[in-house]
Design a protein around this ligand. Structure first.
Ligand SMILES: NC(=O)c1ccc[n+]([C@@H]2O[C@H](COP(=O)([O-])OP(=O)(O)OC[C@H]3O[C@@H](n4cnc5c(N)ncnc54)[C@H](OP(=O)(O)O)[C@@H]3O)[C@@H](O)[C@H]2O)c1
Length: 336
């Protein structure tokens, strides 16, 4: 009988999460039932987005006290009662903050051996080749229809999605300007990720003017991750018939009363197209997109730089730190 460890919800977080809201539990790994597989988890995320499911602020899949904490991850099948999945297959998808998990195949995807290898590690399936990378890929190339020579502006540029958007824009032959929240992030965008320019929105009282200085002829595609004031400044810099890819609205998520966009008049005068999307709309094309992203990683054009936290015992620390002042980056827990 295999013994595992997993994090369970001990108390509902009140506001921000506390370490005492979680408990690391030892358990005996169950045998998979018909149609299920048992996965040894290699890496799992601790995304801030799981918090509403723990505190009960959402109606979707609320986690109960004593339940294991959900999280995307990658792992290897150790036992299978499903005809299409074999022992040794590597999979990615909805796993858990656990060393082992028994899941149904609908919540995971088998990783194509040809896509992943030495230069494309399997943990990139929950990073650059995961939801964030795929949102960047379909958002920029399909919704944004980026073309060589165009100017792309991306907000939250050093985040998981934004950092890939910028690199893909460069690969596509665009000029790319990032907006991020510190001098350090901006330097990294230009020096490490190949952005043409980066603007620290926290140090500019007139962000619209700062964007204009970097894109005097205007912006063809604005990839919007945050909404709010930053997006109003972006709209004031759009070219005629420009495209706005609405991927996320981070600045709205913690507001009780939505702020929205104040510059909607720009949409008319500049004949803009605004289009939102959900990455799962493209689920049928994920594998092909992963192959292309993996090719760019192999060629050294697309960086995969996860912040690895070693050991499942540190998962809660890594989760909680993201909500604390100065906490940044998206940690990935190597279960060990
Ligand atoms: N449509 C889809 O299918 C899809 C898929 C994946 C993600 N998303 C969305 O895309 C967005 C980006 O995702 P991500 O995972 O890459 O997140 P992320 O950009 O890493 O989000 C965290 C960053 O957001 C910025 N931020 C936080 N609060 C802010 C505020 N009030 N105003 C401006 N910036 C703020 C901070 O960066 P700075 O320090 O630079 O401000 C922070 O580090 C999110 O809104 C997410 O929900 C959508």
């Amino acid at each position: 009988m295999t013994q595992g460890r997993r994090w369970i919800l001990a108390a509902r977080p009140q506001g921000l999460p506390a370490r005492s809201d979680f408990r690391l539990q030892r358990f005996t790994v169950a045998e998979p039932a018909t149609g299920e597989v048992a996965v040894r988890v290699a890496y799992h995320t601790v995304a801030p987005g799981v918090l509403p499911k723990l505190s009960g602020e959402t109606y979707t899949a609320m986690v109960q006290i004593g339940d294991v904490i959900p999280g995307n991850g990658v792992g290897v099948i150790e036992a299978s009662c499903h005809p299409d999945l074999r022992i040794g297959d590597r999979v990615a998808g909805e796993l858990a903050w656990a060393t082992h998990v028994v899941v149904r195949p609908e919540s995971i995807q088998r990783l194509e051996p040809a896509t992943f290898g030495a230069d494309v590690p399997m943990e990139s399936a929950v990073g650059t080749l995961g939801g964030a990378g795929l949102a960047a890929y379909f958002g920029l190339l399909r919704i944004g229809q980026a073309k060589p020579g165009q100017t792309v502006l991306v907000s939250s540029a050093s985040g998981a999605v934004g950092s890939v958007v910028g690199q893909l824009a460069r690969i596509r032959g665009c000029r790319v300007i990032g907006i991020a929240g510190s001098a350090h992030k901006c330097t990294d965008l230009v020096n490490s990720l190949g952005f043409d320019a980066a603007i620290d929105y926290k140090t500019h009282s007139d962000l619209a003017a700062a964007i204009r200085a970097q894109a005097p002829e205007g912006v063809d595609i604005y990839f919007d991750n945050v909404g709010g004031e930053i997006s109003d400044a972006a709209l004031l810099n759009m070219k005629l018939f420009g495209r706005v890819v609405v991927c996320g609205q981070t600045s709205e998520y913690q507001r009780v009363v939505p702020r929205g966009l104040l510059g909607m008049k720009q949409v008319i005068t500049r004949r803009l197209t605004l289009q939102g999307f959900v990455v799962h709309d493209f689920a049928g094309e994920f594998e092909a997109a992963r192959r292309e992203l993996a090719g760019w990683m192999r060629a050294g054009l697309l960086l995969h730089r996860p912040t690895i936290v070693d050991g499942i015992e540190h998962a809660v620390d890594a989760f909680v730190k993201q909500f604390e002042a100065g906490g940044g980056g998206r940690p990935l827990v190597r279960v060990g």
